[in-house]
Ligand binder design. Structure first.
Ligand code: UN1
Length: 497
């Protein structure tokens, strides 16, 4: 197994980085060490960038439909190895098998979508204002792209970034999260097997402080695409500002689900459970606030409490498990700290959970109970800060306007949801909710890859992943004017002749 867990720098797999190695641990069972991984440093980043830069020049000349064939093959290989990769992913990051299968599926979907872009990548052809003149816009590569990804979607998120980067003709320096390097290795192996040039794609595992920082400061990395916390995103944005790098950030969320008094409560209940406790709440799209119309608040809270108390917690590879562990000890401590904060905030009431599970079969993992607070008010920290765990804050609203105002009363703006059977209310919510994604009668999680993904306010910096929108991140527009009149024609000046 160890042979698989290497870094890929300049077309060569290496076992050790300049900073040695680090261990990858199963969060459901700390006795289970998945492997040792090279801890890379600046030296490896410099080599990786040089390699990607050189290889990118050739790759940019490969016709996009040919690049697409490689991406399509990568999709096929992901498909063939879906189950095996999903099992490895559950082992390294804890979420349950159906979710890790879904994570790989998201990568497959992106591969096939982006392979299609190889024959599209639409630009514009436009009429020109002068006779015998032609105008069009084409997409060109950006150069070397720095890809920095989180641990919660170890396959989906790297594929969201790397497939579009490749179809647009770019070179890759990829730093996966230190908690999930094994899935990243599998992905890069698949890219090579599918035919991606060895020196074009570089995998540089290591810490954000060292590897990430070296990527930010390297002048030949022209673009950084990052998914992670708003705190780190700010640092990245500042650095990219200093170096005038293009930078696409997908950061935190404090997503809410509204349940109106006319909603199908059973349906809304399924949505709330899945949105809040799926992936143990560790999605940027997770439902961390539930905004209940006051007329149904009591009944819905009772329904939710009953079901949430029954969620089966355990190792994500066991079939009966509905919620796996948190990613690591630090995250377990953070969640416990938020519960402490919640308990101290005036009038918030802990009605379920609130504790790390540390005994019996849970003693070797980073488990946490599904946790629900009621009586939460907009100003409270548990209503405002991203927690990234199985903690749900319930707020009440007087009516639709109040519910939307409560939903919008956050620094973030990624995902949002409303359950209502009233079409007028649904459309008002679509118009007035401040978020990159709004779901009607669907939970806040589960975006499909053919629509743009990203958020407003402190969630993003104006870019989107997925859909064709992501191509705007990974390509530069070039406008082309072709004058076949054989004479100088001056735009804006010779137009009346
Ligand atoms: C994330 O949490 O960063 O929409 C991504 C969803 C998934 C992707 C989540 N398709 O919940």
């Amino acid at each position: 197994m160890t042979a698989n867990f290497q870094a890929l720098i300049g077309g060569k797999w290496i076992k050790k980085g300049s900073l040695g190695t680090f261990k990858n641990i199963n969060p459901a069972n700390t006795d289970d060490i998945i492997g040792e991984f090279p801890a890379c440093g600046k030296e490896e980043v410099v080599k990786a960038v040089a390699s990607a830069k050189e290889a990118q020049k050739k790759w940019a000349l490969v016709p996009a439909p040919k690049r697409a064939e490689i991406i399509k093959r990568a999709g096929d290989l992901l498909s063939e190895q879906k189950e095996e990769i999903a099992r490895l992913m559950t082992r390294e990051m804890g979420k349950i098998l159906i979710e890790t299968l879904g994570d790989v599926q998201e990568g497959i979907d992106t591969a096939y979508y982006m392979a299609g872009e190889g024959r599209r990548m639409f630009g514009d052809t436009v009429p020109c204002e002068l006779p015998n003149k032609f105008g069009m816009s084409i997409r060109q590569p950006v150069g070397v792209c720095g890809i920095i990804t989180p641990w919660n979607f170890p396959m989906a998120i790297p594929t969201w970034k790397i497939f579009p980067a490749l179809i647009c003709g770019n070179g890759i320096v990829f730093k996966p999260a230190t908690d999930t390097p094994a899935t990243a290795v599998r992905f890069v192996e698949i890219l090579l097997e599918a035919g991606a040039p060895h020196k074009l794609v570089n995998l540089v595992p290591g810490s954000g402080k060292v590897v990430g920082m070296a990527m930010l400061e390297h002048p030949d990395i022209r673009l950084i695409s990052f998914t992670g916390s708003t705190q780190i995103g700010r640092v990245i944005a500042q650095k990219c500002g200093e170096y005038l790098k293009r930078c696409s950030l997908e950061m935190g969320g404090k997503n809410a689900q509204i349940v109106m008094d006319d909603a199908d409560l059973d349906l809304a209940l399924e949505g709330a459970l899945w949105g809040a406790f799926g992936t143990t709440g560790q999605r940027c799209t997770a439902t961390s606030r539930l905004i209940l119309h006051k007329a149904i608040a009591e009944e819905f809270t009772r329904m939710l409490l009953e079901r949430a108390a029954e969620i089966h917690i355990g190792d994500g590879l066991e079939e009966k498990t509905e919620m796996g562990p948190l990613i690591n000890k630090a995250q377990q401590e953070t969640i416990a700290e938020y519960v402490r904060i919640g308990k101290e905030e005036d009038k918030a009431k802990l009605i379920l959970g609130g504790k790390a599970l540390t005994k019996g079969k849970y003693r070797k993992g980073f488990f946490f109970e599904p946790t629900i607070f009621t009586g939460v008010k907009r100003h409270m920290r548990i209503a405002r800060e991203e927690i990234f765990g199985p903690v749900l804050s319930i707020l009440e609203a007087e009516n639709l306007d109040d519910a939307i105002a409560t939903l919008n009363d956050t620094d973030y703006g990624l995902s949002s949801s409303i359950y209502t059977r009233n079409v007028n209310k649904a459309f008002k919510a679509i118009r007035d909710i401040e978020a990159g994604i709004t779901y009607i009668n669907v939970p806040t999680i589960g975006a499909e890859i053919q629509l743009p993904f990203g958020g407003v306010k402190n969630t993003g910096n104006g870019h989107r992943e997925s859909g064709h929108a992501v191509l705007d991140t990974f390509s530069e527009w070039k406008s082309v004017y072709i004058d076949y009149s054989g004479k100088l024609q001056r735009a804006q000046i010779d137009t009346d002749k």
